[in-house]
Ligand binder design. Structure first.
Ligand SMILES: *Cc1c(COP(=O)(O)O)cnc(C)c1O
Length: 352
């Protein structure tokens, strides 16, 4: 399938790259493709960024049949642009689609769509330190029908947003709160997929703890409320002495690309790394802790509130290993250090 291009007649003014924030600005174009039962995915196209026209009865509004992804295009010092492990996002969306009965997108076309959009929006990939072009692919159910079944029509879209560092204050350790009432996901549910409903379930706890100065919620398992799962919308790692541990994936945890990359790097460094069950009481003797995700990359944790106690981690300072991992991983992503894993994918400039 080829990708048709309709260029915007007027281009937007680009925001100042020191005031990007996160997810506030959107580029001039987006990728779109439609699915209709009997026809499959069709009409792959790049078009001007614009609102969707949807029926109020479109099923996504009522039954949340939706999946999404998040990845970035990075500007290298030599001016080139690269992606980081896009194959992992593509594969994960396929898993999300399967769970939500959404027809999957062809992997090769998906990668081509990402590259074509980034190439068309090259000027939107910022070059200041820590900035990037965040890409948000998503699929929504569009069939106008009140009744619970899988939709017969969908839109697949990719939009692009130039972003700065996720936390405006730079990489400073954050305070997190261990949530014991609300749960994010349970085994057998959708916790291992990127689907909007999972995030709606997290808003209440996030909003409550924000009032008390916590920036994220640490989620426990939904059954025992005692085993650690994730932090906010990030995976979580701990250093206990010379062991590094992260919760094992068992159905309710999102398999992060950053998580997988950290595991590979730490193992490559010859460290003792375990994916295992982590009991929240272990937080009492942890030496470093950090969250991992595409948006913030590595987010050090300086303090944890658990069971009425405030646990300070590494005196609230970023740990040496956390810093080393941040420097190395962001180094690969922005092309500042050689990529020994073959993770980066260049977005070549096309001739047209
Ligand atoms: C996206 C996401 C992550 C991190 O995944 P990355 O692929 O590393 O960006 C972790 N947890 C949740 C709930 C997420 O939505």
């Amino acid at each position: 399938m080829s990708i048709a291009i309709t260029r915007a007649e007027t281009l937007k003014r680009k925001p100042d790259s020191d005031k990007l924030g996160f997810g506030q600005y959107f580029s001039d174009h987006m990728f779109l493709m439609n699915y209709d039962e009997g026809q499959g995915w069709h009409d792959a196209r790049l078009v001007p960024y614009a609102p969707f026209l949807l029926e109020p009865a479109a099923m996504v509004f009522h039954y949340a049949q939706e999946v999404f992804e998040g990845l970035k295009a990075y500007r290298r010092a030599d001016g080139g642009i690269q992606l980081f492990r896009p194959d992992m996002n593509i594969a994960r969306m396929r898993v999300s689609c399967e769970r939500l009965c959404i027809p999957p997108v062809d992997d090769a076309l998906y990668l081509e769509a990402i590259k074509a959009l980034v190439d068309l929006e090259r000027d939107w990939v910022p070059s200041e330190p820590d900035t990037s072009l965040y890409l948000r692919p998503f699929i929504i159910a569009t069939e106008p029908h009140i009744g619970v079944h899988a939709s017969k029509s969908y839109i697949f879209a990719i939009i692009a947003s130039p972003v700065g560092a996720y936390y405006s204050g730079g990489i400073n350790p954050v305070k997190i709160y261990v949530e014991t009432k609300d749960v994010r996901a349970v085994k057998g549910g959708m916790g291992h997929t990127k689907t909007g409903g999972n995030y709606a379930a997290t808003l209440r706890a996030g909003k409550q703890v924000e009032k008390f100065g916590f920036s994220q919620v640490l989620w426990l398992d939904g059954i025992h409320r005692k085993y650690i799962e994730e932090v906010g919308a990030m995976n979580v790692f701990f250093r206990f002495g010379d062991e590094i541990a992260t919760p094992a994936l068992q159905g309710s945890i999102l398999p992060g690309v950053t998580r997988d990359s950290c595991l590979a790097i730490l193992r490559d460094w010859g460290l003792n790394v375990n994916e295992r069950v982590i009991d929240a009481v272990e937080l009492n003797h942890c030496d470093e802790a950090w969250g991992t995700g595409t948006a913030a990359v590595i987010s050090p944790i300086g303090e944890i509130s658990y069971d009425g106690r405030q646990i300070s981690i590494n005196n609230g300072q970023i740990g040496n290993l956390t810093q080393k991992l941040y420097d190395f991983l962001t180094g690969i992503q922005w092309g500042r250090v050689p990529d020994p894993f073959g993770w980066t994918v260049p977005v070549e400039q096309r001739t047209n």
